[in-house]
Each structure stands twice: as C-alpha cells, then as structure tokens.
Design a protein around this ligand. Structure first.
Ligand code: T46
Length: 139
C-alpha cells in the first residue's frame, strides 16, 4: 500500500545478542521530533483508530507482537509486527488500528512532529473524504 512500508533494518547480531541503529536521514526518512513507546496494553485493546494530516512515523515492535490494520481509504491491509529488526513506516493520511497485543509487547514510535491533537483525524468518515479528495494522492 502506498504510504506504508515494512522496512528491514540492518542488524548486527553475534552470539551475545543483536543491535539495530536508526539514524535520521538513513533508516528514518524524516527529521526526528519525538519518540514515544507503548507498553502493558491489554490483548484485545484496539488502539489508534485515527489518521494524521501531516505526521510521518516509524513504528518498531521492540518486544512481543501486535497486529496493525492499515487503510488508505480504498484498501485495508493487516501487518503483524513481531521483530525489532523491522519498522513499519507510515506516512500521513493512513488510517491505523492496532490490536492483538502479546503481554510483553513494547512498541517504540519515532515521529516527524511534536504531539499535536489538531493533526489527528479521529472520525472515519472525515478520513475517507480526505483520503479520496486527491489532496493526499501519493506518487
Ligand atoms: C499512532 C499510534 C501508533 C501524548 O501526550 N503525547 C504523545 O506523543 C502521544 C502519542 C500521546 N499522548 C497522549 C494523548 C492521549 O491522552 O497519550 C494518550 C494516548 O494517546 P493515543 O490515544 O493517541 O494513543 P494511540 O496508542 O491510540 O496512538 C498512538 C499515536 O497517537 C498515533 O499517532 O500512530 O500510537
């Protein structure tokens, strides 16, 4: 789906363990303005249920697993995140929901903008109108 990409990060593994490095301008294709993480989420919680007007994010499941449902206003895709060596890159105007959290799930999100409630589109009908208006058509 345009506007979303599952990215495999370079990882440095040896018998002692693994390491992934994320740098602005390399693995992270935007200036980093914020990092947050989500943990201790109950299995059947459904988080997200919104899109963003301008925010781009790289989402990494550092431990455990969860499922992301991604929607560009025309199609829906489901992606399981369960490895810290990969990141889900999501651009603006993509509806996301995430659920089916394992008890140990920790999600780290690297974001292109500071937190701003006015950047959220929380109504699905408003999202559909915007997504299908052509304003966010991706090349
Ligand atoms: C997204 C998914 C993956 C803040 O105060 N600062 C922040 O940077 C964020 C992200 C949230 N908050 C507050 C706002 C709410 O009172 O934390 C509370 C939970 O936020 P929200 O309901 O937006 O969280 P999620 O897990 O539904 O969604 C978050 C991000 O908001 C969203 O952009 O893509 O994680």
């Amino acid at each position: 789906m345009k506007g979303c990409e599952l990215i495999e990060f370079e990882h440095h593994d040896d018998y002692e363990g693994g390491l992934v490095a994320l740098e602005q301008g390399k693995e992270i294709p935007f200036d980093i303005k914020r990092v947050y993480y989500i943990y201790g989420t109950i299995k059947d919680a459904v988080r997200g249920k919104h899109a963003h007007k301008a925010l781009k994010q790289m989402i990494v499941c550092l431990a455990g697993s969860c499922d992301f449902i991604l929607d560009d206003g025309k199609t829906r895709e489901e992606i399981t995140l369960n490895r810290p060596q990969q990141g889900l890159y999501i651009e603006e105007c993509i509806w996301r929901e995430f659920t089916n959290f394992s008890p140990d799930c920790v999600i780290m999100v690297i974001a292109s903008l500071p937190y701003d409630e006015s950047d959220y589109i929380r109504n699905y009908d408003d999202f559909l109108k915007l997504a299908n208006s052509g304003a966010y058509d991706k090349n």
